[in-house]
Design a protein around this ligand. Structure first.
Ligand SMILES: [Zn+2]
Length: 94
């Protein structure tokens, strides 16, 4: 039997997923950035990070700059084979 892994909820669609499959972010001031070990974090699932409607919802919710937020999500999403250019691994381990 496998040990139960931590399950976290995506704030955009409220579905629950294993923590390691989610994108972890945090709110800092008026901005949302990659979680850096301090403060309160929240999770967005990969599906929502690619769903324009959900992203827009989050942008509204946090009053973000959409372009920057989308870029952040893309940076945090694991590289996908359909995209030719591999993303740099920033070495953010949770
Ligand atoms: Zn989601």
């Amino acid at each position: 039997m496998q040990k139960s892994q931590p399950i976290r909820m995506c704030i955009a669609c409220r579905s629950r997923h294993p923590q390691h499959t989610l994108i972890r972010l945090k709110q800092e001031g008026n901005d949302v950035i990659a979680y850096n070990g301090t403060g309160r974090s929240f999770y967005v699932c990969e599906k929502c990070s690619k769903n324009e409607k959900k992203v827009k919802g989050l942008v509204k919710r946090f009053r973000l700059d959409q372009e920057r937020f989308v870029k952040l999500l893309m940076e945090m999403t694991p590289p996908v084979s359909s995209c030719g250019v591999p993303h740099l691994n920033e070495g953010v381990n949770i």
